[in-house]
Design a protein around this ligand. Structure first.
Ligand SMILES: [Zn+2]
Length: 227
C-alpha cells in the first residue's frame, strides 16, 4: 500500500495510514506469512513512534479522566479537562495558588461541606452567614452575604464575569481578580496564608522569568516556601 500526501480523507489513503501506524507500533503480519522479499526488518521511524506513543498516552489520559468521578463535577467548569487552558492558567500561578484553584474546581477545598465529609468539622453549613446552607464553592464565590464587600470589588473589577463560576475558575484574564477576592475574604488564610498575587507592574515589566529546573513561571513570587 502507498500513502499519498495531500489525499487526507480518501479511503485507500486513510487505510494505508492506519496500516503504517500499526506497523510503527510493531503490529504487523507474522514474518512467516510474508513473502521472502518483505521479511527483512523495516527501519522504524523514531518520530512516528514518538507521535504514536504521545497520541496513545493522550487518548488514554482522556479516557481515564472521563471515567473518573471528578469529571462529572468538572464538566460544569471545563468540558475539556485535563485541558491546555487549565494548564495555561496553572502555570502562570505560584504553586499554592494553582493548588487552590484545582481544589475550587473540584470542590475538594477546605470549605465546610468538604471538611464535614472528611469528618473534620461538625456541620457542613456556612458559618459566615445565617442562611443554613452548605458551604460549597458556589455559595462561597457567588452567594454568601458574608463576603459582600469582597464580591462588590470583584464585580467592579471584572463585571458580569464575577457572576459566572465557570468563568471565574477557568479564565486567565480574571484569575488575578479571583485570587484578590479569595485573599480579601480571608477564608483560606489559615490553610494557605496570604494569597494576594503581586500586580503585574510590581512583578517587573520585563515579564516572564523562569526558574531553572522548575519549569514554572514565577514572575517575582513573594513567598519563600513551596506552599
Ligand atoms: Zn454563607
Amino acid at each position: 500500500m502507498r500513502w499519498v500526501p495531500g489525499h487526507k480523507g480518501i479511503e485507500g489513503n486513510e487505510l494505508a495510514d492506519q496500516e503504517a501506524k500499526k506497523a510503527a507500533r510493531g503490529d504487523s503480519s507474522p514474518v512467516e506469512d510474508l513473502p521472502g522479499w518483505l521479511r527483512a526488518k523495516l527501519p522504524i521511524s523514531l518520530s512516528r513512534l514518538r507521535q504514536t506513543l504521545n497520541a496513545t498516552i493522550t487518548t488514554r489520559a482522556h479516557e481515564e479522566w472521563k471515567d473518573s468521578p471528578r469529571a462529572v463535577k468538572m464538566d460544569r467548569i471545563d468540558e475539556d479537562m485535563p485541558s491546555k487552558k487549565y494548564c495555561k492558567i496553572a502555570y502562570s500561578l505560584p504553586r499554592r495558588h494553582a493548588s487552590l484553584l484545582i481544589q475550587l474546581r473540584t470542590e475538594h477545598v477546605p470549605l465546610r461541606r468538604h471538611l464535614h465529609r472528611m469528618q473534620l468539622v461538625d456541620s457542613p453549613n456556612c458559618q459566615h452567614c445565617d442562611r443554613g446552607v452548605r458551604e460549597m464553592v458556589f455559595h462561597y464565590l457567588l452567594e454568601c452575604p458574608g463576603y459582600r464587600n469582597a464580591r462588590a470589588r470583584l464585580e467592579r473589577e471584572i463585571g458580569p464575569a464575577a457572576k459566572s463560576i465557570r468563568h471565574l475558575l477557568n479564565s486567565t484574564e480574571t484569575v488575578r481578580a479571583l485570587f484578590r477576592f479569595v485573599h480579601d475574604t480571608g477564608r483560606f488564610t489559615a490553610t494557605y496564608g496570604d494569597l494576594a498575587l503581586a500586580e503585574p507592574e510590581e512583578r517587573g515589566k520585563k515579564g516572564k522569568k523562569k526558574t531553572p529546573g522548575r519549569g514554572r513561571h514565577v514572575e517575582g513570587r513573594q513567598e519563600t516556601g513551596d506552599g
